[in-house]
Design a protein around this ligand. Sequence first.
Ligand code: GTP
Ligand code: MG
Length: 209
Amino acid sequence: MLRIKQATFIKSIVQLKDRPTPFLTEFAFAGRSNVGKSSLINSLVNRHNFARISKSPGKTRTINYFLINESFYLVDLPGYGFARVSEDEKKKWHYMIEDYIIKNEFLRRLFVLIDSKVGLQKNDYQLFEWLHQLSIPYTVILTKIDKIQRHILKNRMKEIEHISSGIQENDILHFSARKRVGKEDILRIMEQFLKSSKGVLPNTNFKST
Ligand code: GTP
Ligand code: MG
């Protein structure tokens, strides 16, 4: 199984054109603010406070690159759906994420995180719809499963299967940073994608600017 031996923070960017070199395979984590993206990255690399975490939502406002084992990047995307930001900031977020996802031929897999306690919200539906329109594949991770009971988890999975065409129960991962559950499943998926060479973009001839 993939083992993370080395993890280094490289750079924060707001536009894809500023991404770090060398260009390497990327795995990105998207989701509502406070869903647990930074905690998940901390947990994967076994370090507290590596990707910054905070109790105040909206903390990660840039696209943060972490180099792993000198061979690929984990990318922490800014959280969406934080109510207390201006319309201007929301637009900036959309531009940042869209630019990152649409033009990035090095993105090997996008992970979309959903808080298992909170469930799907309007902006999660919007993200899924947008990803479906662009035929961008993804893996869903239900986070903070330590907070909920088993039957609620089942319901959450049904909700996600319902809106994500083609997604199966097995494509939805469960994770808890607190209880350290689910890390191996995520690493296993990354390992599979590292072995295959195809990126997420339907048009592999796409050249980013
Ligand atoms: P933004 O940077 O605002 O987009 O948030 P984020 O998605 O990076 O979330 P972050 O990792 O900062 O976690 C938000 C809060 O949820 C913090 O208070 C974490 O301690 C808490 N949290 C994260 N993962 C878990 C978990 O598995 N279980 C529980 N109970 N709490 C968690
Ligand atoms: Mg964060």
